[in-house]
Design a binder for this molecule. Sequence first.
Ligand SMILES: [Zn+2]
Length: 241
Amino acid sequence: MHPALAAPVSILRSLLNTGTNVTCPVCNRSFRRFIPGGGINRRPDARCPACDALERHRLFGLFLRRTTNLLTRNQVLLHFAPERCFRQLFKNSANGEYVTADLQSPLAEVHTDITALVFPDRRFDALICLHVLEHIADDAAALKELFRVLKPGGTAYILTPVEQSLEKTIEDREGSTAEERTERFDAPDHLRKYGRDFVQRIGSAGFRVEAIDFYKELKPEERKKYGLIPGEFIYRCTRPA
Ligand SMILES: [Zn+2]
């Protein structure tokens, strides 16, 4: 959908969905139910009718609100590949400077390649980069760049799909077809399926990494209220001071 149409359509959808059964922790609004979404892997309660947050966005939104100060403190924050739901949240709540960047997304203010960022060294106090690296051929170069632009002591939230039952990442072969990539990596534009060694890959760029299974920490009634599903780990990556 064209970004200019997204907002009016969302307002209409949420008016038709009044209730308090479920709450979206990204936009903080309540509804009768979430709505279907999720692309090729379609699910009945995937999407927030107001801000379009999917389950994994809602999990990260709840994590942000409960465990971090990213929505309240004075900071210079980089959001790479900005999702509409988080962009709105940060624009409404961020103190200091909020910078959005992407190779070509119309939602980003700065257009730049993640493997060669236009930003100077140590520019940001914090950054978030969700579900980008699985699309990037040279993900090691991207991680080095994210490390470079972060201040020492700064925190990066770098999330990707990670198959926790897989020890080692499975990489793409040169010349693979879209069908093969969908079969092996769950989407035609994914270049690999990360395994648990994702932690070491981030660590190789210099970060100290914590893999957080935040879903597991939540009560069953919270999972239901916020419409969450398991499987998305949150990777908190710190540049040592
Ligand atoms: Zn929402």
